[in-house]
Design a protein around this ligand. Structure first.
Ligand code: HEC
Ligand code: HEC
Ligand code: HEC
Length: 472
């Protein structure tokens, strides 16, 4: 084979491998998300603190940073000790199992030096030299600075209970078993070098950028991926696709920037902070994969750090964003006067229309003016999910329902019921098309074919929910 052929074959294998490994990263959240959807009784795994608080400020800083990096979500199997690994992540190519990162010298990372640890986090190379799959978000962790790396290492060395149990090894079939393929992938997607502050910006903005691009690995879910499975932009400097919204694990993770449609970047900063702390604001609520992120990670961050995250996200696309996009708050304020609200209130809606489906199924909670109820039922007017280009999350919410995260500040996991068992694809399409064109919203119509596709992809969920409902 000539060199070009070899390159092509390797690139194709890498592409499949990476697509798989990436799908894995998303699937990792599925079991925990399902558990949290079951209600507040299912406590998030992280509330069990791995070790008693110590008096070492560096170690405590490391504990905090481990939360910012959400290490526990991927490195803990259900019902098992924190950080002991063993969470199976299914992929079309086999199952990747997260590793034990407790300080046990044989089963965990007790034999790692600080340099080994930093290399694993920043370059995706384990102590014995094997390459990690990018299910581990090392391309983001590459931004972590030396001081924070030292604190993280201190925490994982002295603040975590060692667990002498090695999870089953990952054993992907050939060619995906060839970890050396990751060298090629890293060559394309791994930007080495810790975060470099932008001196034209404030210290707060830089703090936010550092957290979002680095430990928070927000782009892993919110940035679209290329065919090779790498994010299309890893920072604001790499272009407007950074945090421009992406489909992950069957949910659409909305844009975290200005786009020309209503987005969270227009929310007041205090709403962004509140959302990351409690999973809800007076007009919206977290669902899907974001439930775990809020429960296990962002709720534990300081208000100051969350404020910095808000400042950074609000700046993204602010210059290039189209002027005159109405803010979510202004749409909520105007909604009670909107013709859709008047029609629903006066009962002047046509039979078999989306408005009728809304009146019979949604009106009680989300109200005729689409403004919902403070921190209980999200407003649909001006909502970024309702106005999003991709309607996947909307369809899935209506078919399968969802529950908010349960957090220290807002423990009740208020749920949206599932309607998949009683509404047809056509009903769901018409009610969502109605919501997307009412109360000032400007989302595209939803088709029955789009609903059918999502229904198909979540079949086991929808069926289980339907039978549970029938037993009530
Ligand atoms: C999105 C999921 C995910 C998150 C978040 C995550 N990891 Fe990982 N990590 C993995 C997976 C999966 C592996 C194993 C990859 C493989 O076997 O190729 C891994 C491997 C590792 C390894 C290599 C251990 C070894 O010897 O095999 C270390 C060290 C590590 N992670 C530390 C961390 C730390 C510290 C954090 C938080 C700052 C973290 N990880 C967050 C998924 C994750
Ligand atoms: C595991 C995947 C995942 C990660 C990692 C993740 N998110 Fe999300 N996020 C989602 C999904 C899915 C949604 C859509 C659900 C929703 O709106 O509640 C979402 C929604 C959001 C929203 C609400 C947007 C809106 O318009 O309503 C905000 C704000 C947000 N994420 C911020 C962040 C930040 C900040 C980070 C990094 C610290 C982050 N996310 C990391 C998956 C993720
Ligand atoms: C019993 C009250 C209730 C009913 C009835 C209801 N919802 Fe919901 N809805 C909720 C709750 C609670 C949430 C937040 C769920 C979460 O965050 O996981 C929600 C979330 C949503 C969201 C996402 C908004 C956001 O910002 O998170 C949309 C869109 C939505 N509902 C549409 C509908 C439609 C369409 C119907 C009718 C087919 C409907 N809902 C019926 C309570 C309800």
């Amino acid at each position: 084979m000539n060199a070009r052929r070899v390159c092509t074959v390797v690139a194709a294998a890498v592409a499949m491998l990476c697509a798989g490994a990436w799908a894995v990263a998303q699937n990792a959240d599925a079991p925990a998300a399902a558990a949290s959807a079951a209600g507040p009784a299912a406590a998030p795994s992280t509330t069990a603190s791995p070790a008693p608080a110590s008096s070492d400020p560096v170690l405590e800083r490391g504990r905090y940073l481990a939360r910012a990096g959400d290490c526990v979500s991927c490195h803990t199997a259900p019902g098992k000790p924190a950080f002991a690994g063993g969470l199976p992540m299914k992929t079309p190519f086999g199952t990747i199992v997260s590793t034990n990162i407790t300080p046990d010298p044989q089963a965990g990372i007790g034999a790692y030096t600080e340099a080994d640890f930093a290399r694993a986090l920043r370059e995706g190379v384990a102590r014995d030299g094997h390459h990690l799959y990018p299910a581990m978000p090392y391309p983001s962790f590459a931004r972590v600075n030396d001081e924070d790396m030292h604190a993280l290492f201190t925490f994982f060395r002295n603040g975590v209970q060692p667990v002498a149990q090695k999870p089953p090894a990952t054993d992907l079939p050939w060619p995906f078993s060839m970890r050396g393929l990751m060298i090629g992938w890293n060559w394309i997607y791994l930007d080495k070098g810790v975060y470099q502050p932008d001196t034209a910006r404030s210290a707060e903005w830089n703090r936010g950028a550092y957290l979002v691009q680095g430990l928070g690995h927000c782009g892993d879910c919110h940035t679209p991926r290329s065919m090779l499975g790498g994010v299309k932009a890893s920072s604001n400097a790499k272009g407007d696709l950074f945090l421009s919204g992406a489909l992950i694990d069957g949910w659409y993770a909305q844009p975290l920037r200005h786009t020309g449609r209503p987005t969270m970047a227009q929310w007041p900063a205090q709403d962004i902070v509140q959302y990351l702390q409690t999973g809800r604001t007076s007009h919206t609520a977290a669902f899907g994969a974001m439930v775990d992120v809020v429960q296990n990670s962002t709720q534990h961050l300081s208000t100051q750090d969350l404020q910095a995250v808000a400042t950074y996200l609000q700046s993204l696309g602010a210059e290039s964003g189209k002027p005159g996009v109405p803010s979510p708050a202004s749409l909520v304020a105007a909604a009670p006067q909107h013709p859709s609200a008047l029609a629903l209130r006066n009962g002047t809606v046509e039979a078999n229309s989306g408005a009728m489906v809304y009146l019979n199924n949604c009106n009680a909670c989300h109200r005729s003016d689409g403004t919902g109820a403070n921190k209980t039922f999200p407003a649909l007017a001006g909502n970024s999910v309702v106005n999003a280009k991709d309607p996947t999350s909307l369809i899935r919410l209506v078919l399968a329902g969802s529950a908010m995260p349960s957090t220290a500040q807002a423990p009740s996991a208020i749920a949206m019921p599932d309607f998949g068992w009683r509404l047809s694809d056509a009903d769901v399409a018409s009610v969502l098309s109605f919501a997307r064109s009412s109360w000032g919203n400007q989302g595209e119509a939803v088709t029955a074919a789009q609903v059918a596709k999502v229904r198909d992809s979540i079949k086991p969920v929808a069926t289980a929910a339907a039978s549970a409902q029938q037993q009530k």
